[in-house]
Design a protein around this ligand. Structure first.
Ligand SMILES: Nc1ncnc2c1ncn2[C@@H]1O[C@H](COP(=O)(O)OP(=O)(O)OP(=O)(O)O)[C@@H](O)[C@H]1O
Ligand SMILES: [Mg+2]
Length: 257
């Protein structure tokens, strides 16, 4: 097995007349196993669309994505989680009438797996296992004191962490996070950053889309910059902060070292 967990190869996505991802030659980049990758770029650069293409929510117009050497082209988005890929959305999604714990437990398995467990009678032990695993991941994201609360009562930041917990219960090797700090109280951003660093230290691969660059550039080990759907630059946070093309397209002078 190579060091690359994810290989994005000449990916393009066309919406009517607009090429949202890929530009001329298609978007290509590789992600090393265990890396914490920042994906940045101006509004409309194609970051969320790239996540949607990798996670199978959208079908590419051309090009391919391979996870652990396996081509994901014909795999449904609902099945991609069982191949080790988890993702959160720019707008958090949750079952608002269920409790925090229930939301995480519901995320644990595919419907098919749950039906099989009911027929085999294994669901009683499965449920106990799932519950303890759900409590464990809620502790990991700092929501253990909210376990019994209804999701409608959570703050924006707590909803984002619930999304992460719903992914962690399936133990993803690679996790794509779309703007995890959006709507998060600035006082909680330090906590969020240490949660992401912990996930990275556990050996998980993370790709994080963020506009909060102070947050992202302090934790990422590689940064990919998109502009108009194309790869503008790729490098360490220091290289990116000092890249003239990135400074003029997106960063401004504020970050230059
Ligand atoms: N479903 C869609 N149908 C048509 N156009 C779309 C669709 N989704 C995205 N776009 C367009 O594709 C381009 C890239 O959008 P995308 O959401 O990927 O950008 P982004 O980099 O995530 O931006 P932001 O930082 O604002 O979240 C934009 O011009 C957007 O309007
Ligand atoms: Mg987006």
């Amino acid at each position: 097995m190579t060091d690359d967990i994810l290989v994005v190869n000449k990916l393009t996505k066309q919406f009517g007349g607009l090429k949202a991802v890929g530009g001329q030659g298609g978007l290509s980049f590789n992600v090393k196993r265990g890396a914490l990758v920042g994906l940045i770029g101006p509004n409309g650069a194609g970051k969320s669309t790239t996540f949607n293409l990798i996670s199978g929510v959208l079908e590419p117009s051309s090009g391919s994505v391979a996870l652990n050497g396996k081509d994901l082209s014909n795999i449904k988005s609902s099945e991609i989680a069982s191949h080790g890929l988890g993702r959160t959305f720019q707008t958090p999604r949750a079952f608002t009438s269920l409790s925090v714990l229930e939301n995480v437990m519901v995320g644990a398995g595919s419907t098919g797996e749950r039906l099989t467990s009911v027929f085999s009678g294994s669901w009683r032990t499965d449920e106990a296992d799932i519950k303890s695993k759900a409590i464990e991941v809620l502790q990991q994201v700092g929501l253990d004191d909210r376990i019994g609360d209804i999701v409608a009562n959570l703050s924006g930041g707590e909803l984002r962490m619930l999304e992460v917990a719903r992914q962690l219960i399936r133990d993803p090797e690679i996790l794509l996070l779309d703007e995890p700090t959006a709507g998060v109280d600035p006082s909680l951003q330090g906590k969020l950053s240490s949660i992401l660093v912990d996930l990275h230290n556990e050996g998980r691969t993370l790709i994080v889309v963020e506009h909060n660059l102070h947050f992202l550039l302090s934790i990422a080990d590689v940064v990919i910059v998109l502009q108009n759907g194309e790869l503008l630059a790729e490098g360490t946070p220091n290289e990116i902060k000092n890249d003239q093309r990135v400074i003029s397209a997106y960063l401004g002078d504020e970050y230059a070292a």
